[in-house]
Design a protein around this ligand. Sequence first.
Ligand code: SAM
Length: 464
Amino acid sequence: MGITKYSTYCLEDIDKDSIWDQFDPYEYRDINFNEISLTDEEVLRDMVAFYNENRPRGRFLEVGASSNLYPILAALPYAAQIDVWDLGAKNIIYLQAQCVKLDKMWQQWIDKLIQIDPKTYGRVNFQQQLRDKVIIEKSSIFDLPKRRYNNISMNTTAESITNDRNKFEEAVNCFLGSGKQEATVVTTYVGNSKGYEYAGIHFPAVYVEVSDIKGVLDPAMNLSKLDKTKMEFRPGNSLIMGFGKLREKQANKQRDFSIEYAHIYTNSSVGAEQLFTIPVLKKIKTRLEKKRKSFLSVVLVDDYSFPNPAFNYRRFNQWLSDHGAQPDIIFRESQLIPLCDEVIENITDEKIKEQIVNYIRIKRYPCSLFIAVWYLMRLGYIKTLLFDEKYLASQLVNILPISFKPYEDKALEIIAKTNFAGAEKQIEYHFLEEKALSKKSNSRNNLFQNNEITAENIFIEIPE
Ligand SMILES: C[S@@+](CC[C@H](N)C(=O)[O-])C[C@H]1O[C@@H](n2cnc3c(N)ncnc32)[C@H](O)[C@@H]1O
């Protein structure tokens, strides 16, 4: 490969207004990496163990590197090539210079790697490998290609480049989207950060805890490590590590958003409650299209609370289609029953678990449990063959009548007390006011008649 491969970057490309162009990698290096802190040593040891166990191969990514070389040094012997992306102009120059000649202080990091795992690192010519394997690009995380890399690494970047939570999540999703199926993932985040002053400039940050990191990583990957470092590098600030592998299939199948609308009970006719969700659905779709987000739409028919075998699924589907709102899938509530016990088993709060189990013993499965199951299934935390992985999404948007809110709140409370805690943060709502529904609901009953009995009381999968 050689040096020319990473010199495609040219000075004219530098965005002079970017605060990252003012980011001084030498100062950053002096503050953070001239000595090995106990926090970084802990991360380095875990990274080395993770690579040793998973032994990734092929094309690697390091995004937002700045002058932190240790994740790159740890990955080098495994990689055929490492693409290093950063937005800061001075960072790019620093990284290029290191590929030619490493700063002396990096030797202690190399020695540490050899000490931790002599077999992997003992015989490596780090300088040669940096020169041969590293390709540096001045590019943004938001422009990462889809499914390119076998190993992706991002350290203290997504939460440290913005104070906007949506932007943070978008950055993580762009990062995760750049991995191939089953790519290995190494990430670290500054926990509980409120931003930082550095060289006279205020740099933003999103305040994240372990549950936030779980919330963004879990939908896309199997986490083998999710933990804070035992050592804090500043009072109150640990590093949060999230290591693992992107899930098979989901890496390229999972949509960004799943939108639920037109919820209906089988004992009722289609009416205002369904009709008025449709303009909201269309508005959300337009908004997501503008943001270039992928999405699908789903409808849940409640055939459990008030069962009516005469409910005509085909006509309901036709009605939705006639209103320009054909869903990708119509699912029945009773199909969720086998998953209810799985969610109960995953409840970590014994009091809530007991309450639910007692309720089921005396009455039936509670609505709130069904809702929790419905959401955890759509987010991919629990699986059933009836709900193909192509219907999974990273984020849920639910358009529902406001009268549903107490049950929804209870469901989110249940989710927060399961092993999937954090998933509740992947759910948002558009509640429709009852007034709006009733004002125009004179025509609410019998927008179509339920007069045909059908054998189609299985879920309807809409052909693509
Ligand atoms: C806090 S530093 C993290 C440095 C380093 N990875 C570490 O572990 O200490 C954040 C880095 O992200 C880079 N950055 C900021 N916005 C970016 C973007 N949109 N895409 C890629 N990198 C970005 C900055 O230039 C900076 O180098």
